[in-house]
Design a protein around this ligand. Structure first.
Ligand SMILES: Nc1ncnc2c1ncn2[C@@H]1O[C@H](COP(=O)(O)OP(=O)(O)OP(=O)(O)O)[C@@H](O)[C@H]1O
Length: 247
């Protein structure tokens, strides 16, 4: 193989005090790729993201675009990684377009305002997630689903190599759920991004191309997405056997 994997994980062990959640995980992500990270509640999906964003100590090796994760102080600031957490709260009134344009923060000069170009990109990003009409609304007054679309628009402006999304469709209705998955698919195909997306929304996965990583499996590994694979993983997650293994 001539090209380094954008994300390479070897023998990763991580968890909390008495509880190891990720045990000897190996992962070599092809680039670009869409990876659906699935598994039971509490199996360690968000914990994996906490490792990748430098919020949790771990054993083993994690390489991001050829850099040892331990040597990267702030992967987001260098454009290697962008992260959309499960809960993102804003405690003050702010216009949607002002929140979205902050996705351009790496291009922003200290004490300088955002440029007309930045705002044009923010408008484009909002339109891309189907939320162009929300640009001038107060973010804090939007519905949970509308807020989630705004976060996705902001994320798309960060222009990172690897995107980590923690249940991005959680609060969305059926139409927007499908729309978000096809948007993520476009980021992979058109912009060559690599996306790890935690989701419980198995219904939308079968139609996508990419991979699934089931962290409830005793030895999780990347599997190529297909209707048959999604059904097999659903059956595994619904089985008593898988719950017993995880309990
Ligand atoms: N700071 C912490 N200290 C101790 N235990 C924690 C801590 N954070 C999370 N946990 C526990 O670790 C387990 C895994 O949590 P994690 O958030 O990774 O699950 P998850 O797979 O993302 O689940 P869900 O699908 O419900 O979001 C849970 O049982 C959780 O209670």
């Amino acid at each position: 193989m001539s090209k380094l994997s954008v994300l390479q994980i070897e023998n990763l062990v991580a968890g909390y005090e008495q509880r190891v959640l990720l045990r000897n995980l190996f992962l070599c992500l092809p680039e670009p790729a869409f990876v659906a990270v699935i598994g039971h509640n509490g199996c360690g999906k968000t914990t994996l993201f906490r490792v990748l964003t430098g919020q949790l100590p771990y054993q083993g090796t994690v390489q991001l675009a050829g850099h040892d994760l331990r040597t990267l102080r702030r992967p987001a600031a260098t454009g290697l990684l962008a992260h959309l957490p499960q809960r993102n709260v804003v405690g003050f009134s702010i216009a949607v377009r002002e929140l979205v344009v902050m996705g351009r923060y790496r291009h922003h000069r200290f004490l300088g305002g955002y440029s007309a170009h930045d705002y044009a990109l923010a408008a484009e990003a909002l339109a891309g997630v189907g939320a162009g009409h929300l640009a001038h609304r107060d973010f804090t007054l939007l519905s949970g689903g509308e807020q989630q679309l705004v976060w996705l628009a902001q994320l798309s402006l960060q222009d990172a190599d690897v995107y980590l999304l923690d249940e991005p469709t959680q609060q969305l209705d059926v139409y927007y759920r499908r729309r978000v998955f096809s948007l993520l698919h476009r980021w992979v195909v058109e912009q060559q991004k690599t996306i790890l997306c935690i989701t419980h929304d198995l219904d939308n996965l079968a139609a996508l191309s990419g991979y699934v990583l089931n962290l409830s499996r005793p030895v999780p590994s990347l599997q190529v997405l297909s209707a048959a694979v999604v059904e097999a993983e659903r059956a595994f997650l619904e089985s008593e056997e898988s719950l017993a293994a995880h309990g």
